[in-house]
Design a protein around this ligand. Sequence first.
Ligand code: CFM
Ligand code: HCA
Length: 533
Amino acid sequence: LQEFRKEIMTKYPKKVGKKRAKSIVVSNPDNPPEIQANVRTVPGIITQRGCTYAGCKGVVLGPTRDIINITHGPIGCGFYSWLTRRNQTLPVDENDSNFITYCFSTDIQDSNIVFGGEEKLKQAIREAYELFHPHTIAIFSTCPVGLIGDDVHRVARHMMEEIGGGINIFGFSCEGYRGVSQSAGHHIANNGLFKNLIGRNDEIRGSLEYRVNLLGEYNIGGDAFELERIFEKCGINLVATFSGNSTIQKFENAHTADLNMVMCHRSINYVAEMMETAFGIPWIKVQPIGASSTAKMLRKIAQYFGEKKLVDRVEEVIAEEMVEVGEACKEARKHTTGKLAMLFVGGSRAHHYQDLFEELGMTTIAAGYEFGHRDDYEGRRVIPNIQIDADSRNIEEITVTKDATRYNPRKTEEELKELEANGMEFNEYHGLMKQMERGALVIDDLSHYEMDKLIERYHPDVFCAGIKEKFCVQKMGVPLKQLHNYDSGGPYAGFKGAINFYRDIEMIVSASIWKELKAPWESEVHIEATFVY
Ligand code: CFM
Ligand code: HCA
């Protein structure tokens, strides 16, 4: 693998090779090497990354059904982020609003670029309000409106006053170029959630027992529905999910939960930290992708609340669910054992899905994130050593302090210490490299060329990535499973999700059609040339 890394590097122009080399490392789980991550992509290498606007509007705020999200920008930005992540939602009755199927945009034109777009934005808000009467409207800035200097926050304040009646309108300065990837958009979105929504409503809804929030779950392919089913079965009261199958009211009540569980830490660890500081809610990392990891999550919740009633119920549910899981896994393993996977997904799935592959007896021989940070690879312990560059400084850091009236530590120092002594980890995640086999390749912001070479050389049984990679990879005779939107499959979270995944992967790695497909270099004469400059 070291050799492979060298071979790739010599193909790039020297400067590019030198930069990319820092983002390609060979795994050593005992002592994870430092990896370069969350830095600007080298222009021209063909990245799979998205933009800051996509991270803010598409990812974090997109799945909430009763907010009107207006994209202030050219229509393409709104269109791109319109349901592209296939996040599902389930209104409880016909009075429950669902705006997810709409695409709201100011559709700015050349004349707005010249004369400014704020009036058009005001008009769009008026129109959206007259048509739908929402209680919350968010405005998202795109690159061109940032460049011309439209102030979406000023427009939000103005329109909140004009419409009145307690409507909540706020803006996000999430111009596509603001950060090096979607990741900046997550941070901006998290700040906005905290400033404008979390903790606005103190009314306690639902049972007082076992109140938790799930952070960083976006209901792709119905994952949230499966997790809701499991929590309900265990008697765990899910106050809010950020933001799969969510509503504004759930965000406003989120501070009434007693435990925050962080699933996709990349996109939302900021909210967990802010809520701990302001309200005293501890947070733990959970990982309900994979049946055994789901069981582990449930046991952690039970341990945290420490009541026999919940511990027993959780064990009962696990035992019951694992019967079908075990059978499905055994069946799939007949065809999946020993097969090889590669996983290149955004910011946490390239790690999380390794649990499911392990359950299938498969090895992940190469993996990486599009836009993860060093802590997502190396673990949270490296955070103090991460250099803050100008691109990160571009993102607003908000100062959070104890809420004057509602700060209420859910556990005493002693209780937390005791839980820790019994194996519970607060404020912690270990990163992808701890899990990967020694010698596997870890690559950040994989380029198209590197992807081609990986496939050509190692010919994995399945390559997991997104729509941009899908058809290029399949033309090389390797099946590509989308792990952003699951193709037409899913859910893959929880127990039933694991069963779906086993079956889908078994089918994929057993299909003989892929053997019939030849990559161009396998069937044609290949001529190589060097461009001298
Ligand atoms: Fe978190 Fe996500 Fe992901 Fe992500 Fe994304 Fe996504 Fe993703 Mo696509 S929030 S980092 S920004 S788990 S949209 S639901 S699938 S790249 S790995
Ligand atoms: C995004 C969204 C995306 C893209 C998926 C893909 C998603 O990056 O803005 O490349 O297939 O999950 O929908 O990550």
